[in-house]
Write a protein that binds this ligand. Structure first.
Ligand code: TYD
Length: 222
C-alpha cells in the first residue's frame, strides 16, 4: 500500500497511525519511504534531495528515482511481501509520474519504460491519495519547518511555485480517476483522527476482501 500527495498533506502521520491500527489487529507491518527505504536507495535519496542531481536535468533525476525504487523493491518490499507482511510506503511510483512526468514534462514512453524496469508487475494493492489545496499544504509544511506566521505567507516566488504544486495535486487526482480500483482520494483537510479512521476501515476492507479471495482461490485449486 502506498501513500501519495503533496507537501504537508500528512502522509507520515497517517502511515504511523495506520501501522499502529494494523499491528493492533495482529498484522506484521513494514513502514518505508521513497526515495530511499534500502541502503542503496538511501544513498540515492541524498543525491536527489540535496539537489546534487538537479544540474544534470529531470531525465537524470527520473533515472535515479527509478534506480532507487528498483533497489528498494528488491531489498525491502518484495522480501516483506513474500513473508506475508503488509508494506506501507510513503510515496512510490505515482510520485515519479507526477513530479517527473507531469511537472517535469518527461515524455510518457520514457516514464513507462522506467516503470517497467523499476517495478515490473509489483504495483500497490491500494494507494491512498491525501488531497489538499496546494496553498494549505505549503503553509502546513512551512509551519512544520518552524516558520513564523509572517513567513508562512507566500511571496512572489512561492506563488509561482504554487502553480506547480496545484498541477501536481491535479496530477495525483488524474491518476486516481484513471485507476479507481487501486486509488482512494481522501480529503486531507479533515482532522487527523477522522482521516485515520477512514483509512483504517478502507484498508481493513481490502485486507478482508483479499483474504476471502485467497480462500476462494485455494478452494478452487483444491
Ligand atoms: P521528502 O522529504 O520525503 O518529503 P515529503 O514529505 O514531501 O514526502 O521528499 C521527497 C521529495 O521527492 C518530494 O518533494 C517528492 C520528490 N519525489 C519525486 O520527485 N519523485 C519520486 O519518484 C519520489 C518518490 C519523490
Amino acid at each position: 500500500m502506498t501513500f501519495e500527495g503533496g507537501e504537508g498533506a500528512g502522509k507520515s502521520t497517517q502511515i504511523r497511525l495506520l501501522a499502529e491500527g494494523l499491528r493492533a489487529r495482529g498484522h506484521t507491518v513494514v513502514t518505508t519511504r521513497e526515495p530511499g527505504g534500502s541502503p542503496g536507495a538511501e544513498a540515492l535519496r541524498h543525491v536527489l534531495l540535496s539537489g546534487a542531481a538537479e544540474p544534470f536535468g529531470v531525465r537524470m533525476e527520473a533515472l535515479l528515482f527509478a534506480a532507487a525504487r528498483a533497489d528498494h523493491l528488491d531489498c525491502v518490499i518484495r522480501p516483506a511481501l513474500s513473508r506475508g507482511e503488509i508494506v506501507l510506503c510513503d510515496r512510490f511510483v505515482d510520485s515519479s509520474r507526477v513530479y517527473q512526468g507531469v511537472t517535469g514534462n518527461l515524455e510518457p514512453p520514457l516514464m513507462a519504460a522506467l516503470e517497467r524496469v523499476s517495478i515490473g508487475a509489483t504495483m500497490p494493492d491500494v494507494t491512498l491519495v491525501l488531497d489538499l489545496p496546494a496553498d494549505v499544504g505549503l503553509q502546513r509544511a512551512r509551519r512544520r519547518a518552524g516558520a513564523s506566521t509572517e513567513a508562512a505567507t507566500p511571496d512572489r516566488f512561492e506563488k509561482e511555485k504554487l502553480e506547480i504544486h496545484e498541477k501536481r495535486r491535479q496530477g495525483f487526482l488524474d491518476i486516481a480517476a484513471r485507476e479507481p480500483e487501486r486509488c482512494r482520494v481522501l480529503d486531507a483537510s479533515f482532522d487527523v483522527d477522522h482521516i485515520a479512521r477512514d483509512i483504517l476501515s478502507e484498508v481493513t476492507l481490502v485486507i478482508a476482501r483479499q483474504a476471502g479471495g485467497d480462500r476462494d482461490g485455494q478452494a478452487a485449486r483444491s
